[in-house]
Design a protein around this ligand. Sequence first.
Ligand code: GLY
Length: 398
Amino acid sequence: MRKNLFFTVMLLPVIVMQSYAQSGKADKALLVKADAALQFAARQYKLMMTHVPDSLLPRTTNTKDGSLMTSNSGWWTSGFYPGTNWYLFEYTKDPAFKAEALKRMALVQKEQFNTHTHDLGFMMYCPFGNAWRITKDPAYKAILLTSAKSLSTRFNPTVGCIKSWDHGTWKFPVIIDNMMNLELLNWASRETGDKQFEQIARTHANTTMKHHFRPDYSSYHVVDYDPANGAVLSRKTHQGAADSSAWSRGQAWGLYGYTVMYRDTKDKAYLEQARHIAEYILNNPTMPADLVPYWDYNAPGIPGALRDVSAAAVAASALLELSRYTNKTEGKRYWHAAETMLTSLCSPAYLAKEGENNDFILMHSVGSLPHHSEVDVPLTYADYYFVEALLRYKQWAK
Ligand code: GLY
């Protein structure tokens, strides 16, 4: 009897609530485009394999001479290329992608011990998290757990955050991008039963919610804290147009990060935060009709300003997931927005031509415009989140 009451009062509403968001309606034309884009991506990355030197990772195009720019494993984007190869392996079942992922992961593996960066979520979870998910090889689990421990060393309980950077004149800088590294910590808690990792992730997410956001739910890029007492010292930008502006990729990182925090914890506060960020993005008056944002929502020169395709790819993947957690009306809206983004990214305006674009999949991303770095170029993370979003679309569209 008590059990029945518990089912009716506690569980039934949860089941009912989950049953009315879940999956989006398939746009048949987009499903065809998604397959074509994934097949194209596989062909491009097959070429990429032959062009990237064995000891390096692809990064972008060198804007000075148009050549392929690579990085070593210490650069924050090192994990995306092997991560994308895992996605392409999943899609094609072609062992060449798995072999390429393993070859490049061997380069990145040593970063599990790196305690000088907050980017270990990107660097390690994208390749090794996918490797673990697909193969369940315990070697990857061990590497991920070491990575989670290394990332945790950057947490300061007085501030309630993981420190982002060791460089610059900041005291304890935290950037909105850091929300993307929390998934690794949540995973580590699930795998080990040690709640400390998730506690760090939750505390970081809560502190960020408190100090990084403006009343309209746009976010600052960098918040600098006093490590001695946790006070906010300043709110600045690094890659955005101004301290007071909304740097587009930062908004996408926040959207994705809070969506993941809700997935992993089921804490409604994170869902609310993700919904608010989504509304900021989708209601933004500068958002173009194709939903590929300008590099900053307050960029000077709009509508002549550059777009940032990476921000659209990250947001599309996040919106597909968020649409599954909200009510039907809102879910539909997020799903359709993601469809518009993906339709745009699958078009010749953003999708490269075969054998061009240094074998990257997408064109027209912006790394850091204020630093004149990676401006209007392909970027490995635009490719990664695009391929992820296409696979999500194929999996979730009904
Ligand atoms: N996390 C650095 C960037 O988004 O450019």
